[in-house]
Design a protein around this ligand. Structure first.
Ligand SMILES: [Zn+2]
Length: 277
């Protein structure tokens, strides 16, 4: 069984703001998802030890369908863990329940009531995109949604296009005798910036950005200049840094709303198993 767990953690991430942008030599989000995404693996493994969230894990499998097979994705809720998983790799094009299985439940005459919320859905997309990051210590994703609930931009942290992930350094600190040029920081593009650059619409004015980590001051500038109206973030672990203080100040002055995401369920699972034949 191949499954992906999208865990929406209520706990702050362990990681770093810098390097959480998103981009990579192949910054476009695509390709199959794999493995288990830990909400806090988004952040640095170095600081993952800070994550001490311990939650009860209750799982609830979706009922089997009379029409054959099981509804997917399987949603376990709530799940505990300091991690969060991403979201289905598809974008809804209507206002229906985005997680509703395509194979309709023949024996059920009423709609499902355990579909994921818009906020969980879009935040999960941000987390899923982070799984594309090559950064060994920090993986952050961002998802931009326009006022019509359409996803218009996705990004994750990585090096600029054409800059090989195998050539530039991923280190957080330089080796002895080295300089900042030997770290990832001068080169990494953050998720927020990549999401904006990857937009598939004329602009992102009035849109909402879902991002795993509260934006750093550099990303905040770009978010504001792009006309994004609201930032929904998961972790605010760098709340007391000057970078985040500057971000909050600029967001407040420019009128960009911010709010911390409160997931309705701790874990979302995408199970490829029933479709592997
Ligand atoms: Zn940033």
């Amino acid at each position: 069984m191949v499954s992906i767990l999208l865990l929406l953690s209520l706990v702050s991430f362990a990681g770093e703001v810098v390097g959480s942008g998103s981009s990579a030599s192949d910054s476009t989000v695509r390709g199959p998802v794999r493995g288990i995404l830990n909400a806090h693996e988004y952040q640095d493994k170095m600081s993952s030890s800070e994550n001490t969230s311990k939650v009860d894990t209750l799982t609830k499998k979706r009922p089997k369908l009379d029409g054959g097979g099981t509804c997917t994705p399987i949603v376990k809720s709530p799940v505990a863990s300091e991690n969060m998983v991403s979201t289905p790799p598809v974008v809804s094009q209507n206002d229906e329940d985005v997680s509703k299985p395509s194979n309709k439940c023949i024996s059920q005459s009423t709609k499902r009531d355990d579909y994921i919320s818009w906020d969980d859905y879009f935040m999960s997309v941000a987390f899923l995109s982070a799984m594309r990051s090559k950064d060994p210590s920090t993986q952050v994703g961002a998802c931009i949604v326009n006022p019509d609930k359409r996803i218009v931009g996705i990004g994750y942290n990585g090096f600029p296009r054409g800059c090989s992930d195998d050539v530039l350094p991923w280190a957080r600190v330089p080796k002895e005798g080295g300089s900042e040029l030997d770290t990832k920081y001068p080169y990494v593009t953050h998720a927020e910036v990549n999401a904006i650059l990857n937009k598939c619409s004329a602009d992102v004015v009035g849109s909402t950005m879902y991002v795993a980590l509260f934006p750093c001051n550099e990303c905040a500038k770009v978010i504001i200049q792009a006309g994004i109206a609201e930032v929904v973030y998961m972790s605010d672990k760098y709340h007391d840094t000057d970078s985040c203080r500057a971000s909050r100040k600029m967001f407040e002055l420019s009128g960009v709303k911010t709010r911390q995401h409160k997931p309705q369920q701790r874990q979302i699972t995408i199970d490829f198993g029933p479709h592997l034949n």
